[in-house]
Design a protein around this ligand. Structure first.
Ligand code: ZN
Length: 428
């Protein structure tokens, strides 16, 4: 099979990798981990290099965490507490074209919260944010800029009925799930395109059992029972096509989707003991990567884009080479976390912070740090309670301390985008 799309992007990835060392010498690298507790409404801010907790914020309930593309904002989606809280990460980059300045401040709770019935899926696309509230069947959209400016102007869009849905802002329109017509407690049956006025445009794009959405590059996808909906921008309108699962895949479907950074691909679950690599631009779009035990969580590497990571219930972390389509490293990290039992039991989650892969170990009350190269253990950080969901923000930038930019410091920068966290939500 050919992977022309992946290869083309791989070349630019190599360029970035070659240019980064010069920056590392003269720039400043800062990473922060945001970790939510499985039982309590707390988000801890952890410095993975100093190995210490910098702050912990009280919120209203246990949260799924998402980070924005820019990394300036972290969102705590508290489904049971009917709200989404915004946190300024304290790390921002000012892009000067040939380099980026990094600014590091304290993380802080923003005075912006989105309230509504049972918020579930959170989607950012290019700075536009959409939050779907299952209990209301409505979506709120806003922008990261507005949130950081403290002016949370919000638009609302109605799907027609409460259901476990999702929405996304895309190409000056809003994509919103269509509830199941007979029983909205079932998964949605498709996607509608709405104008910003709320008016529906065109026909329903069918996607039975819709669950899971992600973006990679300029492509968005929704996962359905028989394949994906692939969304691209055409004449500043969303253009949606079906991509059926290939015949050589076993019985199954994707219900969690994340998007590659630096390489254009999607990574999804597929059955209990596999993940699937998806390159929608390839004739042979689906490559299954089988696991020895059941999958717990997975994440993409935002910097070394050819890697992704899967954690399995035997307590092992696996590194996947996305280009080769196979596991290249495995490290045993935690006690087993069986996938038997309740779907929402505390189990590890994975994030990538620079050269480290970080795995939460909720029952042991700690984070495991692992070297990206070779998956050697690099230490542990204790976190009070049951550290569960995790996102990381950070990267390397030049320091603009006297207003005179050191333009020789860098020819490139790595904004270190964390993946769209494989979503965690409550289906009860
Ligand atoms: Zn969901």
């Amino acid at each position: 099979m050919t992977h022309h799309g992946l290869k083309a992007l791989g070349a630019s990835l190599l360029l970035t990798a070659l240019l980064s060392p010069a920056l590392a010498d003269e720039g400043v690298t800062a990473w922060r981990l945001f970790v939510s507790d499985h039982e309590r409404g707390v988000v801890s801010v952890v410095d993975p290099d100093a190995r210490e907790t910098l702050a912990s914020f009280d919120i209203h309930g246990p949260a799924s965490l998402y980070r924005s593309d820019s990394g300036e904002t972290v969102f705590a989606v508290q489904g049971a507490a009917d709200r989404v809280t915004a946190i300024a990460s304290g790390i921002s980059f000012d892009d000067h074209g040939d380099h980026a300045d990094i600014e590091v401040e304290d993380a802080r709770l923003l005075d912006v919260a989105f309230e509504g019935g049972k918020p579930s899926h959170f989607v950012e696309h290019g700075g536009d944010i959409a939050i779907f509230f299952d209990g209301d069947g409505r979506a709120m959209t806003t922008t990261e800029r507005a949130i950081l400016d403290g002016s949370a102007e919000v638009l609302e869009f109605d799907s027609g009925a409460p259901h476990h849905g999702a929405a996304a802002a895309f190409a000056n329109h809003v994509l919103i799930t269509e509830p199941h017509p007979e029983d909205p407690s079932n998964l949605p049956v498709g996607v509608r395109v709405l104008a910003m006025s709320g008016e529906a445009i065109g026909d329903l794009h069918e996607c039975p059992d819709l669950h899971g959405e992600a973006s990679t590059g300029n492509i968005m996808a929704f996962a359905c029972a028989k394949g994906l909906l692939i969304v691209q921008s055409q004449n500043n309108q969303p253009h949606i096509e079906q991509l059926a699962y290939s015949d050589d895949l076993p019985e199954g479907k994707v219900t969690i989707l994340i998007g590659g950074r630096g390489l254009q691909y999607f990574l999804g679950n597929y059955g209990a003991s596999a993940v699937v690599l998806i390159d929608p631009m390839d004739d042979d779009a689906f490559r299954l990567v089988e696991l020895l035990t059941r999958r717990v969580h997975f994440a993409v590497d935002p910097i070394r884009a050819k890697f992704a990571y899967v954690f399995t219930e035997d307590g092992a972390l696996h590194q996947i080479d996305v280009l080769a389509g196979k596991i290249v490293n495995t490290a045993s990290l935690t006690e087993p976390y069986s996938m038997d039992g309740h779907w929402s039991d505390p189990r590890p989650r994975v994030a990538v912070a620079g050269d480290h892969v970080v795995v939460t170990d909720p029952l042991a009350g700690k984070l495991h740090l692992v070297e990206r190269d070779g998956l050697e253990k690099a230490g542990e950080i204790e976190v009070e309670g049951k550290p569960f969901n995790i996102v990381s923000v950070g990267g390397t930038g030049a320091v603009d301390d006297d207003g005179d930019h050191d333009h020789e410091a860098s020819a490139s920068h790595d904004h270190a985008h964390e993946d769209d966290e494989a979503e965690e939500h409550r289906h009860d």
